[in-house]
Every structure is written in structure tokens, then in C-alpha cells.
Design a protein around this ligand. Sequence first.
Ligand code: IMP
Length: 179
Amino acid sequence: MHPDVQKVLLTEEEIRDRVKQLGQQISRDYQGKKVLVVGILKGAMIFLADLVRNISIPTYFDFMAVSSYGSSTQSSGAVRILKDLDRSIEGKHVLIVEDIVDTGLTLKYLVENLNSRGPESLKICTLLDKPERRTVDINAHYKGFTIPNEFVVGYGLDFNERYRNLPYVAVLKPEIYQG
Ligand code: IMP
């Protein structure tokens, strides 16, 4: 285990099993259709890479990068697009893939923004959900795990851009968060 980690919340195996189930469920739900997976950089990249390898229907990708103004552990609610989609999503079945829904502010903004571009359908798939922290009414259609109100890292999620490459989801030792 990494020396900065206090506890592992989700092991590699638990994640692998759940991601496989999600991929199978998505493949069933979109049977006969094509899906455009919109990955939200950078946090969702590892989840997305594993998820799409478990999807059996025709799958296309595009990416967006957004940043919420605020400190590294508290989001302020204002969202800025750092990288927009390469192509139009009009008439397409769009599946947003996100790492975590925390306050929900980022996703609420993304859903409103992408819905205004005329997709045929728009759904959300998130690896993690922290419902205790929600300040806006938004819910993912596909959820990997519901977790308690703790700041987590690993499997794509960062603290100050670190720890994204940990293969599990973990909580860091308090002294690390305090810097
Ligand atoms: P929201 O807008 O508050 O729902 O938060 C959205 C973004 O904040 C996520 O996409 C993450 O990048 C980041 N975030 C929220 N909670 C955590 C966490 O526990 N660990 C790492 N990043 C987080």
C-alpha cells in the first residue's frame, strides 16, 4: 500500500467486478444503438478506459475537460470549460462518464450545457457517488459505488494532481490533506 494512504475504500478487485457489471448493463440498455461516451478529464480517464472494454455495442468517444473554481477539496460551483468536445452531439446517444458526483454542481452544468446541443438522449455514468454532499438535484443513471463523505483518491481521482495512478480508491492520511 502507498505510504500516504490511511485506508483502502475500494479494492482493485471490487472495482473490476463492478465496472464489468456496469459495462454489461450499459450494453443491454443501449442494445441496437450506438453510444457516444463523453469522458470528463482527467478524473474519469481510468474508469472510462476500463468501462468501455466491457461495453459490447458500437462505442465512440469524445472528451471534455472542466474545472470548478475553488480549492482542491471544495468546489465553488462555477464551472469553466477547459476543453470542449471535438464534434457535434446532435441526434446522438450521449453517455457522460464522470469519476465522482460530489456536490453535483459540475454535472448539473454539464447536463444543461450538453442538453442544449440537441442529443437524442443524455445519461450519466459515475464511478462514485457521495450523496451526503449534494447541493443540487442531480442523479446518475449508472453508479459504481456510493461512498461516505470522505475525500478519496486513486483510480483516476487526485489530490492536488497526485495519486491518480493508484489502482484502488483510498482515503489519505489526514496530515497529507493538511499539507
Ligand atoms: P462536484 O461538482 O462537487 O460534484 O465535484 C466534481 C469534481 O470534484 C469531481 O469530478 C472531482 O474531480 C472532484 N472531486 C469531488 N470529490 C472528490 C474526491 O473525493 N476526490 C477527488 N476529487 C473529488
